[in-house]
Write a protein that binds this ligand. Sequence first.
Ligand code: IPM
Ligand code: MG
Length: 355
Amino acid sequence: MDMKIALVPGDGIGPDIVREAVRVLDRVASAYGHSISYEEVDAGGISIDRYGIPLTEDALEKAKAADAVLLGAVGGPKWDGVPGPKRPEKGLLGLRSGLGLFCNFRPAVIYPELSAASPLKDSIITRGVDLLVVRELTGGIYFGERGRSDDGEEAYDTMRYSRGEIRRIAAKAFEAAMGRRRKVTLVDKANVLESSRLWRETVSELAASYPEVELDFMYVDNAAMQLVRDPSRFDVLLTENMFGDILSDEASMITGSIGMLSSASLREDSFGMYEPIHGSAPDIAGKDIANPIATILSAASMLRYSFSLEKEAAAIESAVKSALSDGIRTRDIAVEGEKTVGTVECGREIEGRIG
Ligand code: IPM
Ligand code: MG
């Protein structure tokens, strides 16, 4: 297969980790007889530095022209003074909305090898953690109207959802649940927010089309608590944009490190953007410290969702597992006394276990 991938390394550790994912992808391509061409695209702080804005038309067009996008991370304190509409994060949000990627899958799985790195007690962890956060990605408070009053004394952000937006993401969650443990938990704040009540109504209606899937509801504050009390109770967590942002960070830490979690941002066709859920960690950028695994696993998701290359995706995932069981640890997932490897060595160890 010929694959055309847009690479958006972005800022901070972005280039470090994307480089390792490319190393692994290239190995997969040669082992399985595929060809991959890459085109680099600027977004985030690097785009601000080069062109004065976080995402240019040209960058968005290049991303659109690819079959899939692999992104590192954007942002950093360097751009802290930049006003809201021009912040690096706008580059990422512009890609998500410009590419129509309304569906964000963030799986949190605990690797037995890393259970010592989880901040939760063994008695909780041994019940298992294998959950999928399905986050709505192009609506809600992230994209609603916002502003300040004329005197600058007040500010507002708006959370707004349409039934159509809710239905299409809910359908993705139900479909994902069908291939898993068939349970969807809708996380909302329906005791307070009208938009949440619309979510409950719409999702309940849609649930009738998925009779095999069990649906339950949970307020977001309770969900935040249940996630650390007993994460094994969750299969698919379906939620709006901002709740999903918050809960996916929490879910990731349960597994030991935010450096392990991948994400896939999808729409109705096979196009997708794949990125680790962590940020740009500017303090460790360029120092060969960052954990490339979340990005490498994101590349595996890309092969699975955008190219239907299940065997190849699984090869990456088992290479990661095998590296972990052989004790390969970047600093963030090592417990005291364990030997650690750098970003590049971690990438090479994984690459070497493919094909
Ligand atoms: C994420 C990040 C982004 C988000 C930021 C960088 C805009 O936190 O992908 O979770 O809030 O969606
Ligand atoms: Mg986040």
